[in-house]
Design a binder for this molecule. Structure first.
Ligand SMILES: O=C(O)c1ccccc1NCC(=O)[C@H](O)[C@H](O)COP(=O)(O)O
Length: 261
């Protein structure tokens, strides 16, 4: 079994338990349902950096990254650093996050928020909208074509933007692209944890031009961002590089200064 198999098996049980506990009450009572969504795609297209900075406490590949940082400090630091958007990992068991993290991030910043989660059920999309997300992630490696289509359709009906993540050509070619706004190429192979930006470069020309291209994971040098821009990428998802530091916002600010100079 790969880590993705473990995550998905656990996620199914977690969602079943949540549905039983909360039913639809959380969604019905959430004021955030009426909040206008802020476009992640537009923020990336209009930005001169395109950095999506992630709040990430730990991960299966790196174990503990930063369990001490205070979420409001991290996300307000990111916003002050003028990142284009923030990704909030909401998985608890494997990443130490929660849906409450997303709610707290929403009450702290005004820039677009991506719910970073292993989404396999429409329930998680309602939850994302109710907690203030602007965009959600769909991971091709854990979804069938039919699931991708259904989840993207439901996400759009909730006005959420959809970032579809692939890691190879096969995933890109088999994925239905209706209702997809952004196409993310994960430089990390989620089965082996190997990281290489070569995959972002290889897939760039295969991604339809109407989709905003995002390169994800293993990014830590301004030169890599500049190089990936030449391949048409507008978005760059970065977690560990910032979160390893005691002050992730300051780390993002220095990175952005170097990127501009
Ligand atoms: O990061 C992991 O170890 C991981 C393992 C299994 C599934 C997903 C995983 N990460 C999610 C991500 O895609 C990253 O958090 C994100 O792209 C940022 O990556 P990085 O800048 O390398 O922290």
């Amino acid at each position: 079994m790969t880590i993705l198999d473990h995550i998905v098996a656990y996620k199914k049980k977690e969602i079943a338990a949540k549905k039983e506990a909360y039913a639809m009450k959380l969604f019905e009572s959430s004021m955030l349902f009426d909040r206008p969504v802020i476009s992640l795609a537009t923020a990336l297209k209009n930005s001169d950096t395109g950095i999506i900075a992630e709040h990430k406490r730990r991960s299966p590949s790196k174990s503990v990254i930063n369990e001490k940082a205070d979420l409001p400090d991290v996300v307000s630091g990111y916003q002050e650093a003028r990142v284009s958007a923030i990704s909030v990992l909401t998985d608890t068991r494997f990443f130490g996050g929660s849906i409450e993290d997303l709610l707290l991030a929403r009450s702290t910043v005004t820039i677009p928020l991506l719910r970073k989660e292993f989404i396999i059920d429409p329930y998680q999309l309602f939850e994302a909208r109710a907690a203030g997300a602007d965009a959600i992630l769909l991971i091709a490696a854990i979804l069938t074509k039919e699931q991708l289509s259904q989840l993207a359709t439901v996400a759009k009906s909730l006005q959420l933007e959809v970032l579809l993540e692939v890691h190879n050509e096969e995933e890109l070619l088999r994925s239905p692209l209706e209702n997809i706004d952004l196409l993310g190429v994960n430089n990390r192979d989620l089965k082996t944890f190997e990281v290489s930006t070569d995959i972002s470069k290889e897939l760039a020309s295969r991604i339809p031009s109407h989709l905003v291209k995002v390169s994800e994971s293993g990014l830590s040098h301004p030169e890599t961002i500049l190089e990936l821009r030449e391949y048409g990428y507008n978005g760059f998802l970065m977690g560990e590089h910032f979160m390893r530091e005691s002050n992730p916002g300051r780390s993002a600010s220095e990175f952005i200064k170097n990127l501009r100079s």
